[in-house]
Design a protein around this ligand. Structure first.
Ligand SMILES: *Cc1c(COP(=O)(O)O)cnc(C)c1O
Length: 358
């Protein structure tokens, strides 16, 4: 009977852990120069633009061809595993991260990560009911392997090169975590194209390693939402279960395939541009007396007191950079994405002007 029903109060309808969660809301007010998201500031690959224009919209009544997409074989060739079963697709690697949290851990289990790192790891840990534990990075920017192992985590999340610091993770540290941890080790390689090393090719021969990659950064296709994981087929099957069959839409699939087929020389040339730009940006910052972190990504992290106030004033001058407040070990800092020379010049002038004013 209706009158006997004891209903849940509406503020208790969502999952309990959601009460303290803040959704990620980037500041979207327009700027002249966007250096806050680590996207490819040289633009989208011409091969992708061309493929999108050539798409047959009247075919949209069809589902995409996943989970047996030809894109899997192309990505396998690109990362060097040469086996489509070693790749799983997602709607961005954020989606793969989310799916992995529920595929490899029960609610209440521990998710460990080196702190500071990509904030979405903690976020998706929480939305999936896990208990996130941050282990502060060591003073030499290496991850604290003993500290991470001591958490007995079901999932250890690593980001290499790390976002937001840009620092790499020594191979020996990952090796020890793979040999001595109890659960899954995730290595998020969103910026691997800009770096000197990668685990992707070796992931399928490791027992407990899953490597995340994306077409959002070096490939210049953040709006397309193509992420993927590389690993043993048995592990990827579990991510697939958590995901469901059709996370990547048919247009994105077509454009990604064309980009891998025809756009790689463009992507590789832009990676070289970004590597030169980051070296030059670090030198310019050091020449000003700053102490930027070493970086293998397409951004430079600059520890700076009152970074948030500086970023706000730079934004008023049309330059967006990302501010961080109270990070473990680092404190306040600015993260500056690299781009073409004219953008770097505008960014440095704005930084100079803001620091002079204050
Ligand atoms: C940008 C970024 C991602 C997000 O990638 P999408 O594929 O766009 O979801 C994942 N991991 C890290 C560390 C990133 O910086």
């Amino acid at each position: 009977m209706n009158t006997m029903k004891t209903s849940t109060p509406i503020d208790r309808l969502p999952r309990e852990t959601y009460a303290t969660l803040r959704p990620y809301v980037p500041i979207m007010t327009p700027v002249d120069v966007e250096l806050s998201e680590n996207t490819n500031q040289w633009g989208a690959p011409p091969a992708a633009v061309e493929a999108l224009r050539a798409c047959d919209a009247s075919a949209l009544f069809n589902y995409p061809s996943q989970p047996i997409s030809p894109l899997l074989a192309q990505l396998a060739e690109y990362v060097g595993t040469d086996d489509p079963a070693t790749i799983v697709l997602g709607c961005g690697s954020d989606d793969i991260l989310d799916c992995s949290m529920r595929a490899f851990a029960e609610p209440g289990d521990t998710l460990a990560y080196s702190d500071p790192t990509f904030s979405m790891s903690e976020y998706f840990g929480r939305t999936n009911g896990l208990t996130p534990v941050g282990v502060p990075v060591l003073p030499d920017w290496n991850v604290d392997v003993d500290g991470l192992l001591a958490t007995n985590a079901r999932i250890i999340y690593l980001c290499a090169p790390n976002n937001p610091t840009g620092t790499p993770i020594p191979e020996a540290s990952v090796r020890r975590l793979l040999d001595e941890s109890e659960g899954i080790v995730i290595v998020d390689e969103a910026y691997a194209e800009f770096a000197n090393s990668s685990w992707a090719k070796r992931a399928p021969s490791e027992e407990r390693l899953v490597v995340f990659r994306t077409m959002s950064k070096a490939f210049g296709l953040g709006g397309l939402r193509i992420g993927y994981a590389v690993g043993r087929p048995e592990l990827l099957l579990e991510i697939n279960k958590a995901s469901g069959p059709f996370k990547v839409n048919a247009i994105a699939e077509r454009v990604a395939i064309a980009t891998l087929k025809n756009g790689l020389p463009w992507v590789q040339a832009r990676v070289k541009d970004a590597q030169a730009a980051r070296a030059s940006l670090r030198e310019s910052l050091i020449a000003r007396g700053f102490d930027p972190l070493p970086t293998e990504a397409n951004y430079v992290m600059l520890p700076l007191p009152n970074a948030q106030a500086v970023a706000t004033k730079m934004r008023e001058k049309g330059i967006a950079v990302r501010a961080f407040t109270g990070l473990a070990v680092i404190g306040d800092a600015l993260r500056i994405t690299v781009g073409p020379e004219h953008m770097m010049q505008r960014c440095l002038s704005a930084l100079d002007a803001v620091l002079e004013e204050s």
